[in-house]
Design a protein around this ligand. Structure first.
Ligand code: SF4
Length: 375
């Protein structure tokens, strides 16, 4: 048995069932992104998507049978997931793992599935709810320009069918930065889309990319991004620090000197300005991407504002050699949090890594190259 699945999902959808309703990205021109480069966008026929949902239902029944054969009385335990995968392959493992994690979350792939005709997307969402009554969260990615074109009643219909959350790559709230990176979206469209989504009763998660304005627009990037967040008050803002990938237009801008990337300390300072500029929002700030230096930057605004700023203070107050130790340890996967530096064996190990890098001037180059491997 087979269902079609795309290459990406948000980090927070790691435990979700992935149902592909469109293929690739209809825009495909953002200067930092190469996820779908060279791939043609297409809408999958709705009947094919519904057939995939039926296939998942059959696989879920088979996983249940395997559970009973193993004496687990239909409950999906870790050994049942492994057995299902070992007997039948990836799809059984994926569906088994989804059930093991509660079987409640579904993510609709790929990059902008809201572009489907609203009636078609409503049919898909509705059908998933019918076939899997235990599902309580269905989410998708969407571009702001596409959402801004939707009528309010269309978004309401999607919410009524059961679409709970839209993940949106905001990247920046600054028109200058959005133009630089060819997002094809304006700050006004971001606000319009965000307000429409919220008015329809759908939760919104905006992805912000620290560092995206480079040195020239860093301040504007932080201030204008905060301004859009202040207007829309999204439920979630997720940080996903820029990594300039080779063979992207942004890399070309960097090598020609038009785009000057920030170093780790400048990015932390930029995030500080962003947080300081958030006013009157009840947003959860999340820092769950491996590209983010400070994973501790998670909390609910406004209550956690001072704690978040104190995390940044703590980093900024580190002596230079300790900052370098943390940057390398974090990027090498030795540390997750600053507290991990207190472990003497890990600290010594990172000191060794730093020595192997040679001249202090090599640090930036090494860190960039490690960061590129995370995307
Ligand atoms: S909209 Fe998203 S997937 Fe499409 S090119 Fe931009 S960043 Fe990449």
């Amino acid at each position: 048995m087979f269902i079609e699945q795309g290459p990406i999902r948000p980090p927070s959808e790691a435990d979700s069932l992935l149902i592909r309703v469109t293929r690739n990205c209809p825009w495909n021109r953002c200067a930092f992104c190469k996820t779908f480069k060279g791939e043609q966008f297409s809408r999958r026929p709705v009947e094919d998507v519904l057939a995939d949902v039926d296939t998942v239902s059959r696989v879920a029944k088979q996983v249940g049978e395997i559970s009973r054969e193993m004496g687990r009385e239909g409950s999906v335990t870790a050994d049942v997931v492994h057995e299902a995968g070992a007997r039948h392959g990836h799809l059984h493992y994926h569906v088994g793992a989804w059930l093991y994690n509660g079987g409640q979350n579904v993510f609709l792939q790929d990059a902008n599935s809201i572009i489907l005709k609203t009636d078609d997307l409503v049919r898909v969402v509705d059908y998933i709810r019918q076939v899997f009554p235990a599902v309580d969260r269905i989410t998708t990615y969407a571009r702001a320009d596409t959402v801004a074109r939707k009528k309010e009643h269309e978004l309401t219909a999607l919410r009524e069918a059961g679409l709970n959350r839209i993940h949106m790559g905001m990247e920046s709230g600054s028109d200058q930065v959005l133009k630089l990176i060819q997002k094809g979206v304006t700050a006004a469209q971001l606000e319009e889309a965000g307000c429409k989504i919220k008015a329809a009763g759908i939760s919104i998660c905006w992805y912000v990319m620290p560092g995206l304005g480079g040195r020239q627009y860093s301040r504007e990037h932080a201030l204008e991004t905060a301004a859009r967040i202040n207007t829309v008050n999204p439920e979630h803002v997720r940080l996903r620090t820029l990594s300039v990938l080779k063979r992207t237009p942004l890399h070309d801008l960097m090598t020609s000197g038009v785009f000057e990337p920030l170093d780790e300390d400048e990015i932390v300072a930029e995030i500080r300005l962003l947080i300081e500029s958030l006013q009157g929002v009840t947003t959860r700030l999340v820092s769950d991407h491996i590209l983010n230096l400070l994973q501790e930057l998670e909390g609910n605004l406004p209550g956690d504002r001072d704690r978040l700023l104190s995390v940044i203070d703590r980093y900024q107050d580190l002596p230079g050699d300790e900052k370098a130790n943390f940057q390398v340890g974090r990027r090498a996967g030795v540390y997750r949090f600053m507290d991990d530096m207190r472990d003497p064996s890990r600290h010594r190990y990172v000191e060794g890594l730093l020595r192997d890098m040679g001249e202090p001037g090599n640090l930036k180059k090494h860190l960039e190259s490690i960061r590129r491997k995370f995307v």
